[in-house]
Design a binder for this molecule. Structure first.
Ligand SMILES: Nc1ncnc2c1ncn2[C@@H]1O[C@H](COP(=O)(O)OP(=O)(O)O)[C@@H](O)[C@H]1O
Ligand SMILES: [Mg+2]
Length: 453
């Protein structure tokens, strides 16, 4: 028997599949073809589905690997693809994505400044940037804006950022509309944000024209999602575990991320189990089963932080990179490492100490993966927002953070009213509440910036 430990775990865990993981990506063959068909007919496509329904994976892995493989229009059509998430500033993220895709040269002086200036110049900014890149004749450009919903946050905060959201959306719509330069745009968006699109002129119309609502996997498709990667990875699956997994999937939200995480953990448990031939029920039980595996695993890592100050850093860090609006929708808030150090009042090294164990292979709760060194301006993000719902401890933190933000916003409102003579100073109990809030959460300016300064 081959040494199991030398086999690579074929399950990515909470993060989406990437374009070089096509050999591990199962269950979406039909959907990929349907999506390609829509992209043939529309230059702007919205891929819509609930959180965790597999949008990012379908686009980043299923669709992109087909495109790179030449499955579009006439054979020989080349594609340049830039993939971005708008959180962290849409224009900055786009300019980074263009450089990452090698459409622009990372070595060129001030490349990000120049690109940002080109992009922001007018509605035709993206078209201009692609034109200036001088792509070879016959090359199409595709921009993937994953987690598009992150952009809506900007329209709610400061004026300048609100404008950036407006301008960015106008720019990508324009790019898909003009026909001089072959630009295609795909956005992925959570269905609970679909109503927010109407805040932006022209966006609902474009989504109506090119929409792909992601279907739920069938039982057969789930079967191949489980069996396929195990086979490719060189493992063996006990039929009774397959049955058990299929029965445990259920119909609740987060089935796909929970299944994916449980499979990654079960594989590791099997690899560690002396003499085990097949991934079996006992491996699955050892990790806590589908319902609990994720919460247990995330807690286990938190439990390795022995010092109070490290726990405090982790608490503040997770509270900063997650957000819950008044409407109860949990959303990620990707932030740069430097911002996290400022918000938590800790050194970069201290923040890294809590991030590292959460982004190791076999864990992947936080992005980027360990293949990328953490720099002060690296954007730190949770791998999937299901972590905010399924990890009980984080759920509580998110709740506390939302409450803390409410106390703060009320304080800001009252103080500006007071300046205009329209409100009095706080007295008890409000004063007491505000003071104990300050003592408990130690808010600083960097934290306050998250909530409009
Ligand atoms: N076809 C698939 N097979 C197995 N796991 C999948 C598949 N598609 C997505 N997943 C997993 O489900 C979770 C959510 O996927 P993701 O693509 O991020 O969804 P969304 O973008 O809709 O939130 C991730 O853990 C991902 O690895
Ligand atoms: Mg996604």
């Amino acid at each position: 028997m081959t040494d199991k430990k030398s086999l690579e775990n074929p399950f990515p865990g909470l993060r989406p599949f990437q374009s070089d993981e096509e050999h591990l990506f199962f269950g979406r063959e039909n959907q990929t073809l349907e999506l390609l068909q829509i992209l043939r007919d529309n230059r702007f496509v919205g891929v819509i589905g609930t959180s965790g329904s597999g949008k990012s994976s379908l686009v980043r892995c299923g669709l992109l690997s087909e495109l790179y493989g030449g499955a579009f229009l006439d054979a020989g059509t080349d594609w340049e693809v830039a993939v971005m998430n708008p959180g962290g500033g849409p224009f900055n993220q786009l300019s980074k994505a263009l450089v990452n895709a090698d459409i622009y040269d990372a070595e060129e002086d001030d490349i990000h400044l120049k690109l940002n200036a080109t992009l922001r110049r007018s509605r035709l900014g993206l078209v201009e940037a692609i034109r200036q890149a001088n792509l070879p004749e016959g090359t199409n450009f595709l921009l993937v804006v994953d987690q598009f919903e992150e952009i809506f946050r900007y329209s709610e905060t400061g004026e300048e950022e609100g404008e950036a959201a407006d301008d960015f959306i106008a720019m990508i719509l324009e790019a898909a509309k003009q026909t001089n330069v072959p630009v295609y745009v795909i956005i992925t968006m959570r269905s609970d944000y679909i109503g927010d699109c109407s805040k932006f002129e022209g966006l609902p119309e474009e989504i109506n024209d090119g929409e792909y609502l992601i279907p739920r996997l069938t039982r057969e498709e789930y079967k191949s999602v489980i069996e396929g990667p195990i086979k490719v990875g060189g493992g063996k699956l006990a039929p009774r575990l397959l049955q058990r997994l299929l029965n445990d999937i259920g119909t609740e939200a987060d089935q796909l991320p929970c299944l994916q995480h449980a499979l990654m953990r079960t594989w590791d448990a099997w690899a560690d189990r002396e003499g085990a031939e097949e991934l079996d029920l006992e491996d699955y039980r050892a990790i806590g089963g589908m319902g609990k595996a994720l919460s247990i695993h995330a807690d286990e890592i938190f439990g390795t932080f022995k010092k109070e100050s490290t726990k405090d850093t982790a608490t503040k860090m997770f509270r900063a990179i997650t957000e819950k609006g008044d409407d109860n929708r949990g959303i990620r808030r990707p932030l740069r490492l430097q911002q996290l150090a400022d918000i938590t009042n800790k050194s970069i090294d201290e923040v890294k100490r809590v991030i590292e164990p959460y982004r190791q292979p076999g864990v992947t709760f936080i992005m980027p993966p360990t293949s990328r060194e953490l720099e002060p301006n690296t954007v730190i993000d949770i791998s999937h927002e299901s972590l905010m719902r399924v990890w009980q401890r984080l759920r509580n933190w998110v709740e506390e953070e939302a409450q803390s933000a409410r106390v703060y916003r009320r304080l800001v409102d009252t103080s500006s009213l007071w300046k205009k003579g329209e409100a009095g100073l706080y007295h008890d109990p409000d004063l007491q509440i505000a003071q104990s809030w300050r003592d408990q959460y130690e808010p600083n300016n960097s934290w306050a910036d998250l909530y409009g300064g």
